[in-house]
Design a protein around this ligand. Structure first.
Ligand SMILES: [Zn+2]
Ligand SMILES: [Zn+2]
Length: 321
């Protein structure tokens, strides 16, 4: 098993023990159709060599891929399957040629996500080993570049504002009593302990403990009192990223929040909401954008949040699920 190394300055960890200079060959087993990956090292195989010498045993069914093997195809004439036949020989020649002759047909393991992917999934990098490919696949490269250059496109900003607006329509927040909130938190910033004055509205803020983008409403269980500065640091962060373990325990005591939920390091979408009300509200919003577009937007959100099961039959029909 590969293990996570310490996270580097980008905050995106690389896997140790990934032979990222090595080429791999990948083939689908002719018998069971499962993908097999073979690490061939830093020199690509010559097809004529592979045809003569390679013996690739499927890791799933044990079928041996070599020109000495009979073919396993059930609907071929018997005589074509024998390894002595010209048909089988030509088949094996093609099989090894396809897997080895074109440099673009080799595979390589990404040292960020660990997946074994075809060469074209890695950008060219001259002088970087014999394979001249980068260590990380283009997906991971995209994520790393986003850290290094966090500019978001206009389109992304628009999408995230749409998503936020939709999320807001799904959560039905209660009317929170500010006096009670101050009482619960003893008029102190829960993060820093700083004394807060209820009458100085610009010095304190209500932390949405579980962020609204994961569909949590603002209610007694989900509200913490913070100083303005502390709340600016928290923003959309999960509570587990912002509060210490002791603070999380204390927070659960004060608010009645589920400790397991607020301690989770992975975002958990709140499914305990009225999806159908949200859909109705979203489709009713008066705005210039047309209905088909809004239906597309909300469908995407429902799919990403895995909320489609909670839809009424009528809404399923309306949205085309
Ligand atoms: Zn197999
Ligand atoms: Zn990757």
């Amino acid at each position: 098993m590969t293990r996570r190394k310490t996270v580097n300055q980008t905050g995106i960890g690389r896997l140790s023990n990934i032979p990222f200079h090595d080429a791999w060959v990948a083939y689908e087993c002719v018998n069971c159709q499962k993908m097999n990956y073979i690490q061939v090292g830093q020199e690509l195989l010559r097809p004529d060599y592979a045809i003569e010498n390679c013996v690739w045993t499927c890791g799933y069914c044990g079928f041996v891929h070599a020109k000495e093997s009979d073919l396993p195809f059930q609907d071929w004439e018997e005589e074509y399957l024998s390894s002595d036949s010209t048909t089988a020989l030509r088949f094996w020649e093609g099989f090894f040629r396809v897997a080895t002759e074109n440099p673009e047909a080799y595979w390589k393991q990404c040292n960020v996500c660990g997946r074994i992917l075809p060469f074209p999934a890695f950008s060219k990098h001259s002088g970087w080993g014999v394979l001249e490919r980068q260590m990380e696949c283009r997906s991971c490269k995209g994520a790393i570049n986003a850290v290094l250059n966090p500019k978001r496109t206009k389109q992304q900003l628009l999408e995230s504002s749409v998503r936020r607006r939709i999320a807001d329509l799904f959560v039905e927040s209660e009317n929170l009593s500010i006096e009670d909130l101050f009482k619960r938190f003893d008029s102190k910033c829960f993060k820093t302990g700083k004394q807060l004055d209820i009458n100085q509205r610009d010095t304190w803020a209500i932390d949405h403990i579980m962020p609204s983008k994961y569909l949590y409403p603002l209610n007694v269980e989900n509200a913490a009192l913070l100083s303005k500065e502390a709340n600016e640091n928290k923003r959309d962060m999960l509570p587990s990223k912002f509060y210490t373990n002791n603070q999380l325990i204390e927070l659960a005591k004060i608010t009645g929040a589920n400790l397991e939920l607020i301690s989770s390091t992975k975002p958990i979408i709140n499914h305990n909401i009225n999806v159908n009300n949200g859909v109705t509200r979203y489709l009713q919003v008066r705005e210039a954008s047309d209905l088909p577009k809004r239906i597309q937007e909300i469908k995407k959100i429902l799919e990403v949040y895995k909320l489609t099961d909670n839809l009424s039959d009528e809404n399923k029909r309306l949205l085309g699920f």
